[in-house]
Design a protein around this ligand. Sequence first.
Ligand code: GDP
Ligand code: IMO
Ligand code: MG
Length: 449
Amino acid sequence: MGGQWGDEGKGKIVDKYVEMPNRVQMKTLIRSVLYHAPGTSRFVDTSKNFTQVEMMYRHHGGDNAGHTVQVEKNTYKLHCLPSGIVRRGMKCCVGPYVVCNLELMGEELALADSCGSEVFLDPRAPVILPIHRLIDRGREQAKGKDAIGTTQRGIGPAYEDLISRRSLTLGDLVSPDRIRTCLLNGHYYEERAVIARFLDQNPPSVDDTVDYCFTRGKLLVPHLADTRRMLYTYASHSNIPVLFEGAHGVMLDLLHGAPPYITSSLCSAGSVATSYGVMPQHVVTVVKAYTTRVGAGPFPTELTDALGDHLREKGHEFGTTTGRPRRCGWLDLVAVAYAMRMGGGTHIALTKLDVLTGLDEIKICTGYRMPSGEILPPFATLTREILETATPIYKSFRSWHRDISNCHSLNELPRTVWTLLDFIQEHLLHPITLIGVGPERNQVIWVGH
Ligand code: GDP
Ligand code: IMO
Ligand code: MG
């Protein structure tokens, strides 16, 4: 899961976890191993150095996500399907809580096919209709300067229809009649069209929408499968862990983020349990070595000066989905600790450490001073008011000037990096398992806790 406001590098880390060294699993999963069957190793096959994950799930969000995987010179930007689609032989499932952009899914299915992976789509997953995008856009326009800065992908309106129990689902795409019946049921589409027109948008007709859904759906229908059954069937005969790929970041979570500057899905590890009944035991929280945010909303450690521009340029911080420049700032451990607490994080993958190379000084926010002069007490819920009024308390660290982007072990890293890593782990009380030192798949260091 994402430990900040999104774009932490989840795509890359998920891709890397497909080949998890056994020594990492041995140490990190020891608790869960004991839990399951004392004395036996449920997850670890010690005869190999690596466990190759075979199955992966995307379990929430929609194409507001933009996950990047760079393999040598090829860069893949994925929005709907799990990042595993770029790996041959991988089984990639999309769960019932993912809202689906039919066009993009079709494109990503073609990519999966060309990469030799298999895709399974849950029939219960809700469809994002063109009218959802119009309503999203219309609302943002109507809000003017108070706009949330959504991706305008129709995410909020699509989830509203899931909650009000009337979504068109992937399973409905099998025939035009079924699509039409769903859209007309209880005046569903007409009601949505009234809202779209009220927001100065021009919604397509029911006929056009049926045609859009059926035509695009033809590519998707052959991939429909009971993804919940698949998980249990697989787990009942395999020792290999299954990966769940979170989207967004817990600071954008529907319940834990600061409304209205949030997304419309549950972004914590708990949402795996909501969809699949299993609470993941090894919850890798992806944390960027600094912070970024796209769209509006409070951001206590934001740097609006030349340093912020430097991080944006050096870290290529432009939205994967919308191309918008990302707001940049120092690493905020108050926010990360909160995200890990609410999200159920157990481990940390620290990305983009290379971007901090060469700075005069590195700052990390370790506390918030509130307008009253008091320091925010431990375990406080980070409300909008707190995030808007807090003054960050920073600790300064020395930087390093040697290029670290080719380092493959901790020993190769400058000692000043070690100091930083130690501090982060000790502050968050969770171990770092993986460090990103560049965008490419192999630019990582496994820590091996
Ligand atoms: P996600 O939404 O969390 O998957 O993240 P994005 O893909 O939207 O944005 C992360 C960006 O950082 C992508 O361009 C990645 O290729 C890049 N990236 C990921 N890890 C690293 C890293 O360790 N170093 C550098 N320099 N880039 C990274
Ligand atoms: P990944 O998975 C960064 C932000 C939007 C906006 C708010 C609501 O790539 O980390 P929405 O379209 O979801 O209704 O927009 O949430 N947002 C993201 N920001 N990365 C994302 O996904 C995001 N998904 C949503 O910018 O502020
Ligand atoms: Mg992204």
